[in-house]
Write a protein of this length. Sequence first.
Length: 131
Amino acid sequence: MKTILRIVTNPENIISYALGFVVMWFGLHEIFSPQDWVVFAPPFLGDGTFTISLVVIHGIVLVSCALLLFLNIHRRIAAIILTLVFIEIIITLVTQSGLSDIAVRDIGLCGMALGLAFTSTSELNKKRNSL
């Protein structure tokens, strides 16, 4: 019971699991229904097989990062990768349709990923200093 309470009350874990859930949700949707996500790809890629393949790869990256966040394995690396992915998504969304509710949501998720990357860094430094 103490372990569960410790996991649930740690802010880094809460952010990690929440971000992981959202990223897993969208990643799985991109893998299983890539044709629904092609509209969000940059227009110069078109909408053919190559673009669908890129959407699936994007989904695999999201799911992989979500698993790393859930399992607390290389959490900082996953958070940094997600930060870069969200920056890519935000730039694409803003250039295609301006600042929309979807772009604002992704800005918030990017902030969570960035905060998690820095939190993981400070936790890593604390562990190193205590040794």
